[in-house]
Design a protein around this ligand. Structure first.
Ligand code: GLY
Length: 586
């Protein structure tokens, strides 16, 4: 038996021996990439460094990152999928490339002393077959062969491409490593369609940058980015064919089983898995220092959807009492050693889960009976009925579609969004975007708005109060959104003054410079930091002329005159003691 903790240690120690520096995990709610909802991969917090910025710890990095991928939500319940997972990776930021990455991976997997000691006969590989203008990755094929892999075990696939995280950014062909998980004899020729071969590691050869217009340009440096799913490999190493049977998750499944008094069987197993997965993801979202709470927008909506889906599956299993916070407590118990922040935020996590469960419980029973009546008499759930279930009974639209599907009915989803738009003035695009779990965008406009955010932050501190600190930020290519601590509404005069000060700075054509320094020195020098954020020991500090200084990973524009005219479009409250400003550049 190997535990997931032992596996993580092995991976990290192996790469440390190869001169990699270990990085701590970044928060699940991205810190320096305000354009995305969640961290979706280990490379995600490293994007600025893949684009060429110097990393404080050097060019060779290893680490374990907690990630959320809401795109996989429908898959949860099978043997391999999660919405939350831990991903190990090794990264070369313009240092070694394909050959060395392949050699390291092969050595780690097969070496008995320093690695996992897997049999090379049980491994298989895919390489990029080429697509449109990008040629076939013959090099990767040749390197695997050179290292001793039988060519029958290497397949070329068109899908072998990874990134960018959102619409733009670093990306490239990849090579995936598969492991034979069946007790049956390993076939000589590798068939990637045969699901007894399970993917365990993805090596991405990041040498392209996808631009706003969709074209690829070569990156200034060639990078390696790898992704290695911790639980998936732990299961494989222990000859378990289901990730939910690994030590930590299995004990949570059994805990839920006791609560339901309904023994786990093949028919109800997927509901158990959905409960465990969704409450684990919710626990980690609530455990993030950003203090996200269930709501109808952004991360808060994803959180609400996960909690409510877990509750519905609890109802299906006959759990009649409140159970979400109990399961979360068990999750915190199992994960607190490796992730102490969830223990630290335990009271908040349990409080929020209980509140949300009570809110939904009030309406779910009634809502379900309305639902079944609608289903009984109607061929399709109309937009109006879907919206009623959403608004009056709190059913997320995805849950409405899911229940309808279980009963072989359709939902007028387009019509629902029209209703939604009328009522909430929120475009469908906005609502759909939320579930992609990542919209990273490094376009010029986003960069400009990011610089404008630093200017706004300082203008607020100058004009309103020097106690103001950033509490959150979200930037799209169209607008910036900035949250800060302050207890009352700003007056129109104050907003005008802030705007005027920001435009004054922009017109002074100040130069934006960055410098790397130890965190302590950065803080002592007066650099702004974000409320509640965790920072590494060495950080980048961005200064805008003599106006402001902030700890930030970037990217930013070079001169303030690139920004144009700064305009505040809204100022509102988002929570007790937290205000929000939305602004644009014209
Ligand atoms: N970034 C590589 C992966 O997630 O597979």
């Amino acid at each position: 038996m190997i535990t997931s903790k032992e596996l993580k240690n092995k991976f990290i120690e192996f790469f440390k021996k190869k001169d990699h520096q270990e990085i701590d995990f970044s928060p699940l709610i991205p810190e320096n990439d305000p354009t995305v909802l969640f961290t979706t991969a280990g490379m995600h917090p490293l994007v600025p460094f893949l684009l060429g910025q110097e990393h404080p710890l050097g060019k060779k990095i290893v680490g374990n990152q907690i990630c959320i991928r809401t795109t996989d939500i429908e898959e949860v319940g099978d043997k391999t999928h999660f919405t939350f997972f831990e991903m190990l990776g090794n990264w070369s930021l313009g240092d070694y490339f394909k050959k060395q990455a392949i050699e390291y991976a092969f050595e780690f997997l097969t070496n008995k002393e320093f690695g996992l000691g897997l049999l090379k006969e049980k491994l298989a590989f895919t390489c990029f077959s080429g697509k449109e203008k990008i040629p076939k990755d013959q090099d990767a094929f040749d390197f695997w062969k050179e290292i001793g892999v039988n060519e029958k075990r290497i397949a070329f696939i068109e899908d072998n491409w990874w990134g960018p995280v959102g619409n733009t950014g670093p990306c490239g062909p990849d090579s995936e490593i598969f492991y034979w998980t069946s007790k049956e004899e390993v076939p000589e020729t590798f068939d990637p369609e045969d699901d007894r071969w399970v993917e365990i590691w993805n090596l991405v050869f990041m040498e392209h940058n996808k631009k706003q217009d969709g074209e690829l340009e070569p990156l200034n440096q060639k990078n390696i980015d790898t992704g290695f799913g911790v639980e998936r490999v732990t299961a494989i190493l222990n000859n378990q064919d289901d990730v939910f049977f690994t030590e930590k998750l299995n004990s949570i499944l059994r805990f839920v089983e006791k609560l339901s008094e309904n023994p786990i069987n093949q028919a109800n197993l997927s509901s158990y898995k959905i409960i465990v997965d969704h409450i684990r993801t919710s626990t980690f979202i609530l455990g993030d220092d950003r203090a996200i709470i269930p709501s109808n927008v952004d991360q808060g909506y994803v959180l609400r959807r996960l909690i409510r889906r877990a509750i519905r599956h609890g109802t299906m299993l006959g759990i009649n009492t409140s159970f979400v916070s109990k399961v979360s407590e068990k999750i915190i118990e199992n994960y607190k050693e490796e992730f102490p922040h969830i223990q630290k935020n335990k009271t908040f996590i349990l409080e929020q889960l209980t509140k949300e469960e009570n809110r939904f419980k009030e309406t779910i029973v009634k809502g379900l009976s309305v639902f079944y009546k609608v289903i009984e008499y109607k061929e399709e759930i109309s937009a109006k009925n879907a919206f009623l279930l959403y608004q009056s009974y709190g059913f997320p639209i995805e849950m409405i579609v899911e229940i309808a599907k279980e009963n072989n009915k359709q939902v007028d989803v387009d019509g629902f969004y029209k209703e939604y738009e009328i009522h909430k003035k929120l475009s469908r695009q906005g609502a759909e975007k939320k579930f992609k779990g990542g919209l990273s965008d490094h376009s010029e406009n986003t960069k400009k708005l990011h610089t404008a955010t630093h200017i706004l932050n300082q203008a607020l501190r100058e004009i309103i109060s020097s106690d103001i600190k950033q509490k959150g930020s979200n930037i799209t290519s169209e607008r910036l959104r900035f949250d800060f601590n302050f207890s009352r509404k700003l007056t129109p005069e104050e907003l005008k003054k802030i705007e005027a000060r920001a435009n004054e700075v922009i017109n002074k054509d100040m130069i934006i410079e960055k410098e790397m320094m130890p965190l302590k020195e950065a803080l002592e020098s007066g650099a702004q930091s974000e409320f509640g954020a965790r920072y590494p020991e060495k950080v980048w500090v961005y200064t805008i002329g003599d106006f402001t200084k902030e700890i930030c990973t970037g990217p930013h524009v070079q001169r303030t005159s690139e920004l144009g005219y700064f305009k505040i479009v809204k100022e509102q409250s988002v929570a007790a003691g937290v205000r929000r400003i939305k602004a644009v550049l014209e």
